[in-house]
Ligand binder design. Structure first.
Ligand SMILES: [Zn+2]
Length: 245
């Protein structure tokens, strides 16, 4: 049964009441609705716990998708007591961790604005994120940090725009980042837009993001590794340049 993915309409939702719809043999738990993001698109799934009516907690590792993308599986840590189908409980995500992931994920979008090259890979982490670009140029990391922090300081709004496949086909210019191919065939695509009227960027993405660029906070490019002749791996960290080795 498809899970209602509450995070899609509210990235800031950290808790919700839910009914258990399935408990798998391996312990995986399905709920009718959830604020848990499931691992996909380079963003790790949410961790947290399920609170039962007696107040006891079921601790959860990162959520994943099930047999189909619209099913979200909550994964209890080992030795946790499992709930029963039909039980009502309250899902809580580890908000401190998720918020860092939202800030980092948004930082990756800003990096793709500063470095408008094709992306060949990305992984969002709570302490460090990496984005791989198909580019042969050598680029100064402090210069990139400066441009990133300018976008953060300008406090651009970030919003999601849902468009149909047909609208996208009729208006290819809607997607400003040319390095991300929109997933088609689902009927509709969520575009993550930055700036008034998407003036800074818009690109297809199903992850969770903060609502203003200032929320990203202080970030910097810690490292740019050369991965082959035409590949550069950028590492983004929180803080100011030089705050670690
Ligand atoms: Zn995104």
């Amino acid at each position: 049964m498809a899970t209602t993915a509450l995070f899609r309409d509210d990235f800031y939702l950290s808790t919700n009441e839910a009914v258990v719809t399935a408990v798998h043999a391996d312990g995986g738990i399905e709920l009718d609705q959830t604020c848990f993001y499931a691992t996909s698109g380079g963003q790790p799934g949410d961790t947290g716990f399920l609170e039962r009516s007696d107040g006891s907690r079921i601790a959860l590792g990162p959520a994943v998708t099930g047999a189909t993308k619209d099913i979200i599986i909550h994964r209890p840590l080992s030795d946790e007591t499992l709930p029963i189908v039909g039980e009502t409980l309250v899902a809580h995500i580890d908000w401190a961790r998720r918020y860092k992931l939202m800030r980092m994920h948004t930082a990756c979008h800003l990096l793709s604005v500063v470095c408008p090259y094709p992306i060949t890979g990305a992984a969002v982490g709570e302490d460090e994120s990496r984005v791989d670009f198909d580019m042969a140029q050598t680029i100064d990391k402090d210069e990139v940090t400066e441009k990133l922090m300018r976008l953060v300081g300008e406090n651009h709004p970030i919003f999601v725009q849902w468009i149909t496949d047909a609208e996208l086909a009729a208006n290819p210019g809607i997607v400003k980042s040319k390095n991300v191919r929109p997933p088609s065939g689902l009927g509709r695509v969520s575009l993550v837009c930055i700036g008034e009227n998407s003036s800074v960027d818009s690109q297809p993405c199903g992850g969770t993001h903060v609502s203003e660029t200032q929320e990203v906070g202080a970030i910097y490019i810690a490292k740019i590794d050369k991965k082959g002749k035409e590949n550069r791996r950028f590492r983004i960290r929180f803080g100011a340049p030089g705050s670690d080795a």
